[in-house]
Write a protein that binds this ligand. Sequence first.
Ligand code: FES
Length: 125
Amino acid sequence: MMKPLKSIQDLEALKEAALDRIKERQVAGKTTIVVGMGTCGITAGAREVMMAIIDEVSKRNISDVIVSQAGCVGMCQHEPMLEVIKPGMPNVMYGHIDEEKARRLVLEHVVNGHVIEEWAIVQRD
Ligand code: FES
């Protein structure tokens, strides 16, 4: 669990720090899918989302994808969340993801290169 946030600036700083940590994990040329596995993420179903992604990536024989996990990013209300970091595209944080949406994201964003705008909560170049 995290310390209580006192302002919107605290929240923004926390989010930026978390996104920077995610970016550091990015491996050149590969797509990284980062699933939020903080307490609230897990409570909301992040484990099932993670398993669905791993299964879909494996079924589709996609080899240039890294599936990773992050801790709390301070946005409980959007969990389960994941970020897709694909070279040549903006980094996109998706919220309220379930197993079915996770599988669709692998196809639409990772394979076809299309952002699913209605599920995106943050996009960064
Ligand atoms: S557990 Fe930290 S924001 Fe939810």
